[in-house]
Design a protein around this ligand. Structure first.
Ligand code: B3K
Ligand code: ZN
Length: 880
């Protein structure tokens, strides 16, 4: 908990560690409530450190000291001091190596923050990133101190038959009193944030993988007994990821063993600990009847992500936590490429951009905006953000766009070759890209230090006489905290032109004939001329979303409808449909504000009509083309967010389309509806996505025919995708069978925690009138538990982040409710609490009445005594 003034840590204050730890031997005597840790640190002065002084400062929090020795001699009270976060040993040898031996005690069961060593159900596990190791024992808990670990675990044989840690198993044996021990050694030096241990009653699902150099790797997934039947997909995903990293980056796995453990209680998705990943069960377990198609895809993506960290994160790690995007942005980019290759690049790109624009752009426009390489933090856990991860991945993607696939790969090779075994910086990454390609990226580096989403303002003029298109692009970037003025960025802008018949138009630029091009935008304003255009072309700009920017470019609805039909760039084709609907919805919102009756522009109906009647080979892509922009995306485009008008206008569009195109939706639904299970090929997934998109429109009709269709799908479904799709439309309608379906679903799945999470989330995000009362009632449900992050996210998270209409209810009850939960979580689990506060950060974007109510709750939170650093930082920065 917070002392009076939480300290801010600055990037500019970085200094190399004064001491190094060459090796550590850790002995854990494990017990749920009294674990004893014995550690032997072999240390020496760091020759790179310029600091004077002979004392040694180790980090440690919430630890009970039993004894401490220096080179085998016990230290007395006068030799060291301990405070809340550190232990300072007055004097240690400067000219030679020395050994610090520490014995301390911890209580995993009392650790509800789920950081350090904690209890999840009946198993013990660890989470050390970013700074959890200091809750296990005193250490130099910083990523640039890399150490070889040898770990011995001893525990009761019945309660903890499986004892795991990083690296290779080097010994095991029995002890008195039904206890046993296992020793592990990790041959790779690593920072302590990659340390892990697991102990529990776990079943092992095993397989193997032969690497490109012919080494056989044992693959082991550990789960509780009742989950053994849900590991096959995770295992296959792991093998796919290992092969993909060899094929795409030439990177091979290094240890002989790769272990994954699934735990119920986890603050985030998963953790890349060396050789021993710990995963949230959500990203491991899947069976056709329990997991949706999206779950299947996310599991493969997250398994890939953690696996890819073995190189981008573990072999080459971060010098300090300000460099987090070095490993996270790069690894997200790698997992996006992987999923795209495994599924559909077109669909994956749209999903990623959609998430980026809806959520990261909102963060970048809020008081919490920060560059992908932040310059200051109070609590580093607050910086595992969409900006560091998703925008960080976009920055890596832009490097690839600028250097080309081959040049980018050369840069990656050089980066891994130069820095294997080191803790480095974002600068080192860009340096490698430059050196491998003989280019200069100094202006590009601003993407690392400048926050905010740039805006490109575009104007064009066609000169018929000269057969030229003149394009002018201005870039600007709104101010963000501590950055009032922004310098121009280096922005790659991909574009193409379309002829009047929809085919690609050929043009000449810089003396070269082409059909598409990547422009390098480097100035505040730049003009480009495209020659030899006999007719006025239609511009398809920012293809593939080649840079994370907002476009300000006036376009007619006709032009958007044209692009929606013809653009050969799959991203821009989808985008044209989105912008068409966005413009129409904003027109309707204006009509609502002016109390005018609503009419849907016939262009939209026509565009959807021809889409529903067109041939399609990628059905998942087709489903995306049919999906209306999210309410939160629409909110991001409004100066003063009006949640009710957005909802009303969007529902109006959806309902009008459903009525106008009922036959089309019905027909497409029936063509693709099958009652099947266990099929996860692109075709089967695409069929389900497309028909469920149709079902969602049909549900708007609230007719007895549609109700019958929906109920039949719910009752007959043999896969979770179809069951959930049906239940979701039922919950968001006045369907007479709503209560009984929800009840049936609960009865059917009460033993499957991950399915019950869906049940909570669905109800919490419903638009139906009595949702807030339902949420309050669900807080009292026997299956709700504040100590299980997945449950908290399913109920409180879904309500506050995925239910704009009810969370932002005018009376402020939603805000008060959220603040109550944040304060309750603050003492239990500060990381989860601070994630929940972020929904209030955007208070300035709402009307005066809501602003006041949101601000009041933020103030109430900030004024609370014993506030964790995590919550304090988010709440106080939101108010600033
Ligand atoms: N590196 C971890 C995230 C750790 C979060 C600590 N608060 C998972 C990942 O990004 O792969
Ligand atoms: Zn990661």
């Amino acid at each position: 908990m917070r002392d009076a003034t939480p300290q801010t840590v600055y990037l500019k204050d970085y200094t190399p560690p004064e001491y190094l730890i060459d090796s550590v031997e850790l002995d854990f005597d494990l017990d749920a409530q009294h674990t004893q840790v014995n550690s032997r640190l072999t240390m020496r002065r760091n020759p790179e450190s310029a600091a004077a002084g002979v004392s040694l400062v180790l980090t440690g929090e919430e630890l009970e000291l039993i004894s401490i020795q220096l080179d085998g001699n016990p230290l007395t009270e006068s030799d060291f001091t301990i405070n809340l976060e550190t232990m300072t040993i007055q004097q240690v040898p400067q000219q030679r190596a020395f050994v610090i031996s520490i014995e301390n005690r911890i209580n995993p069961k009392a650790n509800t923050a789920l950081e350090g060593l904690y209890l999840s159900s009946s198993m013990l596990c660890t989470q050390c990133e970013a700074q959890g190791f200091r809750k296990i024992t005193w250490f130099l808990d910083r990523p640039d101190v890399m150490t070889r670990f040898k770990t011995t675990l001893s525990a009761d044989k019945t309660q903890y038959p499986v004892l795991l840690s990083n690296g290779n198993k080097i010994g095991h044996g029995d002890l008195a009193n039904n206890r046993h021990w296992v020793s592990w050694e990790d041959p790779f030096a690593k920072p302590c944030y990659l340390f892990a241990l697991v102990a529990g009653q776990l079943e092992c699902v095993s397989d193997s993988f032969t690497t490109m150099s012919g080494r056989e790797i044992a693959l082991e997934i550990f789960v509780e007994q009742h989950n053994v039947d849900k590991c096959a997909h995770a295992m296959q995903s792991l093998k796919n990821a290992m092969r993909w990293d060899e094929d795409s980056y030439g990177l091979e796995y290094d240890l002989d063993l790769y272990m994954i453990v699934a735990v119920d209680h986890f603050n985030m998705g998963a953790m890349e600990n060396k050789g021993l990943n710990v995963f949230n069960t959500k990203f491991v377990l899947a069976r056709p009847d329990t997991a949706t198609d999206s779950d299947y895809e996310h599991i493969e993506g997250v398994i890939g992500h953690e696996y890819f960290h073995n190189w981008s994160g573990n072999r080459v790690t971060c010098r300090d936590w300000f460099q987090l995007s070095l490993k996270e942005g790069f690894t997200v980019f790698r997992d996006q490429q992987f999923t795209g290759d495994r599924t559909s690049q077109a669909v994956k790109r749209i999903q990623d951009v959609n998430a980026l624009r809806t959520r990261q752009f909102a963060e970048d426009a809020s008081p919490l905006a920060h560059p992908i390489r932040p310059e200051a933090y109070i609590e580093i856990n607050n910086f595992y953000t969409l900006t560091v991860y998703e925008k960080g991945a976009e920055v890596v993607r832009m490097l690839q766009t600028l250097l080309g696939a081959e040049g980018f790969r050369k840069g990656c090779d050089l980066y891994f070759q130069r820095h294997d075994g080191q803790a480095v910086t974002c600068e080192d990454f860009v340096n490698a890209m430059e050196a491998a390609n003989g280019v200069e990226l100094s202006q590009f580096r601003r993407w690392y230090s400048q926050a905010g989403t740039p805006v490109l303002t575009v104007s064009q003029h066609y000169d018929a006489d000269a057969q030229q298109l003149h394009l002018t692009i201005q870039q600007s970037c709104p101010p963000t905290p501590h950055q009032p003025d922004k310098a121009p960025l280096h922005i790659p802008v991909k574009l193409g032109l379309l002829a009047a018949d929809g085919s690609p138009a050929t043009f000449v630029i810089n003396g070269q004939q082409q059909t598409d091009i990547t422009l390098n935008l480097t100035e505040a304003e730049q003009s480009f001329v495209f020659d030899e255009l006999a007719e006025k072309p239609v511009l398809s700009l920012l293809r593939g979303f080649s840079a994370p920017v907002n476009l300000n470019m006036p376009r007619s609805l006709e032009e958007l409808a044209f692009l929606f039909k013809h653009d050969s760039d799959t991203f821009n084709r989808w985008e044209a449909g989105q912008q068409l609907v966005v413009q129409v919805i904003f027109g309707l919102i204006e009509d609502l504000h002016n109390h005018l009756p609503l009419h849907l522009n016939a262009l939209v109906v026509e565009a959807f009509h021809s889409l529903l009647n067109a041939e399609a080979d990628d059905l998942s892509y087709q489903a995306l083309l049919l999906t209306l922009p999210d309410e939160s995306y629409l909110a991001g485009q409004m100066t003063v967010i009006d949640v009710d008008a957005i909802h009303h206008a969007r529902e109006f569009v959806k309902t009008t389309l459903a009525h106008a195109l009922e036959d089309d939706f019905n027909r497409v639904y029936l063509i693709h509806h099958r009652d099947e299970s266990g099929k996860f090929d692109a075709d089967a997934i695409g069929r389900r996505r497309l028909k469920n998109a149709c079902l969602s429109y049909l549900s708007q009709l609230e007719s007895s025919d549609s109700y019958t269709l929906i109920l039949a799908q719910f009752e007959q479904a043999h896969n979770m995708t179809d069951q959930m799709a049906a239940l979701s439309v039922i919950v968001n309608s006045q369907h007479p069978a709503k209560a009984s379906c929800l009840d049936k679903f609960y009865q059917q799945w009460q033993q499957e925690a991950l399915v019950i999470d869906k049940w909570f989330a669905l109800q919490a995000s419903s638009y139906m009138p009595n949702t807030f009362a339902t949420v309050q009632a669900l807080m009292q449900h026997p299956a709700f538990d504040m100590k299980t992050p997945n449950r908290v996210r399913a109920l409180i998270g879904a309500f506050s982040q995925a239910n704009p209409v009810h969370f932002h209810a005018k009376d402020g009850e939603g805000y008060r409710f959220l603040a109550d939960q944040v304060l309750a979580l603050n003492t239990l689990n500060p990381q989860i609490a601070s994630r929940m506060v972020t929904s209030l950060a955007q208070w300035r974007r709402y009307d005066k009445g809501r602003q006041k109510l949101m601000k009041q709750q933020l103030q109430r939170i900030v004024m609370t005594e014993q506030l964790s650093k995590d919550v304090y930082e988010i709440a106080s920065k939101s108010l600033a």
